[in-house]
Ligand binder design. Structure first.
Ligand SMILES: *Cc1c(COP(=O)(O)O)cnc(C)c1O
Length: 442
């Protein structure tokens, strides 16, 4: 780059992303034009979308896999490594105190972002996967008994499925599957029939990473509680795209990853009600998580330290703090509204491609579009699109049981982020027409 992110950041001051809400402009073309301008202003906050000798200009539509990072995040991380690096909660010297303060400030920021009642309800992990494994091994392995039931939906990512399979197998418990409807939704009446006094947990994704279905997590948690069960929400796909309020949802556990939130990899969050964190055993043990230890045993530190054995991802937590600031500067309601419009536009345009089969509900859904096109292999679709500098994903998207249900082991998947706009979707549609031609469809 030749210069630090800080100087670049200063040349692109924040605060002018959304010119105004588009509601008063009735004319569709004006809306489209305005959304292009807004997304362009946001792209200027990302080095990934700037001209650079090492970069080819790319239309990035793989946001459900990971998001790009704004200068603000890259700068916050490099500033920490450059000037404030020290281990946390250990050194008595000033730099260590500053690092601890920054790390704890990131925790407080996450608590505020989720509307948790207390920063001590926030445990830093490496990602959604580790957060859910923490719950499975600490809560699940200690609380689940033979004959208990754990409900998971048919649309779960493997991260919210395999840990529960492990617990069920180890404890002689039963994994109960909440099937999806033919249009890719979950029916609350079906859940009512699955819940019983044997149910201990409902583990549910907020937004499906394949179908784009937005699940009514608040109602699901309420029903789980009514049956005397707990509720875990996998917020990996919702956290950067809509407001997520743990108190409004009423969940007992909620997990997300920094890297799908315009933040760094290697950092994730587990939110859990404080009493739960107090009552369950630690997951990993080692330094930093004990109050006292002798040859007879150890006393655990209070949560969240009890669940953060070893040196945590400090710089990554600070990067996550910057990412949440970035998101809130735009505004989560504004992001949700903008992406909703872009989603509607995308749904409409995808219909123009002959032989394209889109999975998941319509029109109320998130901006994740898994599809097949004629009999073309999804990997071939993605490869041809890559030649047109459009990045999408193909494969099973870590949801094998869902693929079985849909009858397609593999799909192509485009997914939007805050920097995408209608021009990107136009390019995608045009390229899909070309994919058809390449594979001999008239
Ligand atoms: C990506 C994803 C995960 C796993 O996140 P990691 O960052 O890989 O741990 C879990 N659930 C859903 C719905 C996801 O999209």
């Amino acid at each position: 780059m030749g210069q630090t992110g800080l100087s670049i950041q200063k040349r692109h001051p924040i605060g002018y992303y959304f010119l105004s809400q588009t509601k008063s402009l009735g004319v569709t073309i004006m809306k489209a034009l305005q959304s292009v301008i807004e997304a362009y202003q946001i792209r200027r906050q990302f080095p990934y979308f700037q001209p650079h000798p090492e970069m080819r200009s790319l239309i990035y539509l793989d946001n459900a896999a990971t998001t790009q990072k704004p200068y603000a995040v890259i700068e916050a991380v490099s500033h920490f490594w450059a000037y404030h690096n020290a281990n946390v909660h250990r050194g008595a010297y000033g730099v260590g105190a500053k690092a601890s303060e920054m790390y704890e400030s990131a925790r407080a920021r996450v608590a505020q972002f989720l509307n948790a009642s207390n920063p001590n309800e926030i445990v830093f992990t490496r990602g959604t996967t580790e957060s859910i494994n923490l719950v499975a091994y600490s809560w699940g392995m200690s609380q689940i008994r033979e004959g208990d039931e754990i409900i998971v939906s048919e649309m779960e990512h493997h991260a919210n499925l395999i840990p529960w399979l492990q617990v069920a197998q180890a404890k002689g418990a039963r994994l109960v599957v909440w099937r999806i409807t033919d249009d890719g939704r979950l029916n609350l009446d079906d859940l009512r029939n699955l819940l019983s006094e044997r149910t201990r947990l409902v583990a549910i994704t907020h937004i499906s990473n394949v179908l784009g279905t937005v699940n009514p997590v608040q109602a699901i948690c309420e029903m789980a509680h009514f049956a005397g069960a707990l509720c875990l929400v996998d917020a990996a796909q919702s956290i950067a795209h809509m407001p997520v309020d743990v108190q409004a949802i009423g969940c007992d556990f909620l997990a997300f990853s920094g890297h799908k939130t315009y933040g760094p990899t290697g950092i994730g969050v587990l939110y859990a009600r404080y009493e739960l964190l107090q009552s369950i055993p630690p997951f990993l043990t080692g330094g930093g998580m004990i109050r006292s230890v002798d040859w007879d045993g150890a006393q655990w530190a209070d949560p969240p330290a009890k669940f953060e054995a070893g040196t945590p991802p400090i710089g990554e937590a600070i990067g996550l703090h910057a990412a949440l600031d970035f998101i809130d500067t735009i505004g989560r309601e504004a992001i949700e509204a903008y992406e909703h419009e872009l989603t509607q536009y995308t749904l409409q345009r995808l219909q123009e491609v002959p032989g394209l089969r889109l999975y998941g509900p319509q029109p109320d859904r998130a901006g994740i579009f898994a599809f097949t096109l004629e009999d073309i292999h999804p990997h071939d679709i993605a490869t041809v699109l890559d030649n047109f500098d459009i990045a999408i994903r193909s494969g099973h998207h870590c949801a094998h049981p869902l693929g079985d249900r849909l009858g397609v082991p593999s799909t192509a998947r485009a997914s939007i982020g805050i920097y995408n706009d209608t021009e990107h979707i136009d390019a995608l549609i045009e390229a899909l027409h070309k994919v058809r031609k390449v594979f001999g469809y008239a």
